[in-house]
Design a protein around this ligand. Structure first.
Ligand code: ATP
Ligand code: MG
Length: 343
């Protein structure tokens, strides 16, 4: 491939894909295809860190692949595949489990959020999740990862793991004639303003696949009617929209709807407020609903069309894995030598 920089990113096939996944991740993946070599993974091994019904996991894997394709990721340019097909992810994750420290894992806010008070009873995989994520990225020596705000801490940990591996095994890396910076210190890629979309029911929580309430998120497969209804029912306060951005302080739900409008319209929040400042929800919500329907409903339609032909989706994943495997094996061959595995 002609690019010097390589991007890796992955999304878990678990639960309902939603507007936050689209605005915060999938949509940002598309333009990177013009400037970077891109590897976009369906991280099914991450999905089983919490219980997944096997049939549901298969469905969600195809749904996420369909979303990548419908959003404009081109499987001829980018490599699209599901993680479990390339076993080197698991192999490198094991090595990283032995490089990373338990204290590092215990500090991860996502683990604390997901485990809650139940931290003794969640899977060991949920605790080790960041090690597998580091393996995903470093297996391909990705130079850049487009990350949402909620994933920044995991990328920092990936950098820590890379640095500790390079340092702990420094002598062996050198003895094998390899570059001292064997694993790159991967950089976050910030493209445009970071939109962390919040729940439609509670502006203090992020929109999330794992939220039990379907009303909290706009799913990428929602039809026009469902999108409009969810926006109309979204929690707000009684005040009209402020004319200036300062007026959104302390109004998390209002801020969220303005941010969604801005992201979908490719505008800034002040531009949106210049248009809607002083107007009430009776004006803003229908305008937002129209905008959301016109941008998201065609994508939902394309996803449904693709999902009608699962054999084509499966063959795209299989071909992507064929392209990923030699890259992964090239790294693992060196890692086995560096660590001291015979064979
Ligand atoms: P879960 O609740 O299972 O963690 P999730 O909705 O957070 O699911 P992930 O698979 O963890 O989804 O994240 C996929 C990608 O979507 C990540 O790049 C993440 O940064 C992004 N993302 C997730 N939620 C949001 C959100 N509310 N706003 C913006 N980006 C988001
Ligand atoms: Mg998440």
């Amino acid at each position: 491939m002609p690019f010097t920089n390589r991007v890796f990113s992955g999304i878990q096939p678990s639960g309902d894909l939603h507007l936050g996944n689209y605005l915060g991740a999938i949509r940002r993946f598309v333009p990177l295809q013009d400037t970077h070599e891109c590897i976009y993974c369906v991280v099914d091994m991450h999905a089983i860190t919490v219980w997944q019904e096997p049939e549901e996991l298969r469905r969600a894997t195809r749904e996420l692949t369909a979303a990548y394709l419908a959003a404009g990721i081109d499987p001829k340019r980018a490599i699209i595949f599901n993680q479990s097909r390339v076993y080197q992810h698991a192999e490198l994750a094991w090595v990283f489990n032995c490089v990373a420290r338990i204290g590092w894992m215990n500090r991860m806010t996502q683990f604390k959020d997901k485990a809650g008070k139940n931290s003794e009873n969640v899977s060991l995989g949920l605790l080790a999740y960041p090690s597998l994520m580091a393996a995903d990225i470093l297996l391909y020596k990705a130079t850049h990862v487009p990350v949402g705000d909620d994933q920044k801490q995991h990328l920092e940990l990936t950098r820590d793991i890379a640095a500790k591996f390079n340092n702990d095994y420094g002598d062996s890396i050198e003895a094998n004639g390899l570059d001292r910076e064997f694993f790159p210190i991967t950089e976050p890629l910030i493209t445009g303003p970071a939109t962390l979309v919040k729940s439609l029911r509670d502006g203090s929580k992020k929109m999330s696949k794992s939220d039990p309430s379907d009303q909290s998120r706009i799913s990428l497969l929602d039809d026009a009617d469902a999108i409009a209804k969810k926006i109309k029912r979204a929690t707000t306060d009684p005040e009209p929209l402020p004319p200036e951005i300062e007026g959104l302080k302390g109004r998390a739900e209002a801020d969220n709807l303005v941010a969604i409008y801005a992201a979908l319209a490719d505008k800034t929040k002040p531009e949106v407020l210049a248009e809607f400042g002083g107007k009430g929800w009776g004006v803003f919500k229908p305008a937002l609903a129209d905008l959301a329907v016109s941008t998201l409903a065609p994508m939902a339609g394309e996803m449904r069309r693709l999902l009608g032909d699962p054999a084509t989706i499966d063959s795209i994943l299989a071909e992507g894995a064929e392209r990923a495997r030699p890259l992964a094996e090239e790294t693992m061959r060196d890692v086995r030598r560096i660590v001291g595995f015979v064979g």
